[in-house]
Design a protein around this ligand. Structure first.
Ligand SMILES: [Mg+2]
Length: 280
């Protein structure tokens, strides 16, 4: 029996916009998950607005666009949102033209510099904030400077809370692990920008020009995608191609509005609900 049989998908009739997680939802490693292209074709054909929203801050928006479009989809840069963008907007509002010490990669660096934030080297200047994202060349030096800036009063910001990230080699350390190290060292808690924080969902809905009651969040992780979507007042859809499934829904006690095996199942349920809506 498919997981969706436990649920009532009628709410899909009233959904006009959707935020879509990437890893575990659209792709796994470098592979497209079943139904990726068909799902975007369905959304576009039915004028359903969408934002592809990743908690991963390492890649640039154009890197995501190229990666997804290589499978045959046709996304524009405006369809993509990452926690780097959300972090950049937060800093732009709070410290316009400010200085930050950054642990992270090109995706984060590009987002910050585009909004006029200066990235400082080592202790060359007083940082308004320390911004930490996933960094595959993390070093002792970087942890040292980040700790020193935080101890001197810089706001401690993390792009996302994820401890691990799925790759072809298995689950590897992500931003969250660096945040734990710095929090332990400095005894300061980071402000987290990505899912499940409200900023990411608010930013996505603002870009689409929609309200929570007409928007759904689709993702594979209960603690970030589903809990965050619920907090933002959206309907939530868990897809079982990534981290969580119907069994972990029960064990973790975070309840989505719908659970589907894959994107194909979601498309067919949605098509069915839309045709019923027209006949009613
Ligand atoms: Mg995911």
């Amino acid at each position: 029996m498919s997981s969706s049989e436990h649920y009532s998908p009628e709410f899909l009739r009233d959904i006009h916009a959707i935020m879509i997680d990437i890893d575990g939802t659209l792709m796994r490693g470098n592979l497209a998950l079943p139904g990726l292209v068909e799902f975007f074709n369905f959304l576009i054909a039915h004028n359903i607005r969408f934002q592809v929203a990743s908690n991963n801050a390492t890649k640039t928006l154009s890197a995501y666009q190229q990666k997804i479009n290589a499978f045959g989809a046709n996304l524009s840069m405006d369809n993509i949102l990452t926690c780097s963008t959300v972090t950049a907007l937060y800093l732009q509002n709070k410290y316009p033209g400010g200085k930050v010490y950054m642990i992270g990669q090109s995706g984060l660096e590009e987002a910050l510099t585009q909004v006029g934030i200066q990235i400082i080297d080592g202790m060359n200047g007083k940082a308004d904030a320390v911004v930490v994202g996933g960094d595959y060349s993390l070093t002792y030096e970087k942890l040292k400077y980040a700790s020193l800036h935080i101890q001197q009063g810089a706001e401690f910001i993390g792009t996302n809370p994820d401890l691990l990230y799925p790759t072809d080699e298995g689950l590897v350390p992500e931003c969250g692990m660096t945040l734990v190290a710095l929090e332990t060292a400095t005894q300061v808690k980071p402000v987290i920008m990505g899912k499940p924080n409200a900023s990411m969902f608010e930013q996505g809905m603002k870009k689409m020009g929609v309200q929570p009651n007409e928007t759904a969040m689709l993702g594979d992780r209960l603690e970030t995608d589903i809990q965050g979507g619920k907090n933002a007042g959206m309907k939530t859809i868990l897809v079982e191609t990534g981290v969580d499934n119907q069994e972990t829904v029960i064990s973790k006690g975070i309840q989505p509005d719908l659970v589907v095996e894959d994107l194909f199942e979601l498309i067919s349920l949605w098509v069915e609900q839309r045709s019923r809506g027209t006949l009613a």
